[in-house]
Design a protein around this ligand. Structure first.
Ligand SMILES: [Zn+2]
Length: 297
């Protein structure tokens, strides 16, 4: 997990990382978060003369932002953790915001990253899985149950590979960095091969790599066109590990989206700007938003 102390102008004053401790179970993860936050509070007090006046935290899975509850996360194993209340209690009662990692990253991309000039955008990080954040006029749509934007579970190949969500042929089984790594490992015979290796092989003109890459790009374009048909965004922001391939991804992806749209307006398709700091920066923005809400309320 990543943590930072942020100044009023968004400057990162102090940054730190540590393992979640998830192999010791969900309670250990919660304890790590609380201890980490308390340490940052003490570092703030020691270095800057005062502790942080608010805190924001972003977690994966299903998150009930409004009630401050981390509802479910497959990789962390927790259910219904009242994280906002626990953190506020540990931090001496300061206001705390809880957000979803990808929506929070999308908030940061929208305000201070690649979506700064976009009124309506879709942020899609392509990593271990694929998720999405729907940006609308400076805020991120969470949905009625905290699961809006799950573009990774749009079925793009009916009857395709089984997904952990219970469906088959989900976008993230075909076009996440993990999926591209798996497909390239199978094609080239090296079980350790990754999506970054696939991108390198594409750049060197390897025909098998080009075929693997194009399959992923086609699946991704199918999923993105479904999303832009529904949402009509002005910008698609693509991030995560796969986007690090740069033009190797963006050139064929723009062409594949362009080839599919008919009546839909073509959005700008741009790389994310904040990298893996997006979630952390977004959590800071959520914390600042709490303060500005309190002032104006
Ligand atoms: Zn799925």
């Amino acid at each position: 997990m990543k943590a930072a102390l942020a100044g009023a102008d968004g400057t990162l004053l102090y940054e730190a990382r540590r393992p979640t401790g998830r192999e010791r179970g969900p309670q250990a993860v919660v304890a790590t978060i609380l201890d980490f936050a308390e340490e940052l509070r003490e570092i703030g007090r020691g270095r800057f003369g005062a502790p942080a006046v608010a805190a924001g935290v972003a977690v994966p899975g299903i998150v009930d932002d409004a009630r401050g509850i981390a509802v479910y996360a497959a990789n962390l194993g927790w259910r219904d953790v009242p994280l906002r209340a626990l953190l506020s209690e540990r931090l001496g009662g300061v206001p705390v915001a809880l957000g979803h990692d990808v929506r929070t990253g999308g908030l940061a991309e929208g305000r201070i990253g690649a979506g700064r000039d976009a009124d309506r955008f879709l942020f899609v990080p392509l990593g271990t899985g694929i998720a999405g954040a729907i940006g609308i006029e400076g805020r991120i749509e969470a949905g009625a149950h905290g699961s809006a934007g799950e573009i990774g579970h749009i079925v793009v190949r009916p009857g395709g590979p089984e997904c952990g969500c219970g469906q088959r042929g989900c976008l993230e089984k075909l076009a996440s960095a993990a999926a591209v790594g798996r497909a390239w490992a199978a094609a080239c015979g090296d079980p350790e091969a990754t999506a970054a290796d696939a991108a390198k092989a594409v750049e060197s003109g390897d025909e098998r790599a080009l075929a693997v890459w194009q399959d992923a790009v086609d699946a991704l374009a199918d999923g993105l066109v479904t999303s832009l048909t529904l949402l009509d965004p002005d910008t698609l922001i693509i991030g995560g590990g796969l986007a690090e391939a740069g033009d190797t991804l963006f050139e064929p992806l723009r062409a594949a989206v362009r080839a599919r749209v008919t009546f839909q307006r073509l959005p700008l398709i741009v790389p994310a700007a904040l990298g893996d700091a997006a979630g952390c920066l977004g959590a800071g923005l959520l914390a600042w938003d709490l303060l500005s809400t309190e002032v104006t309320a």
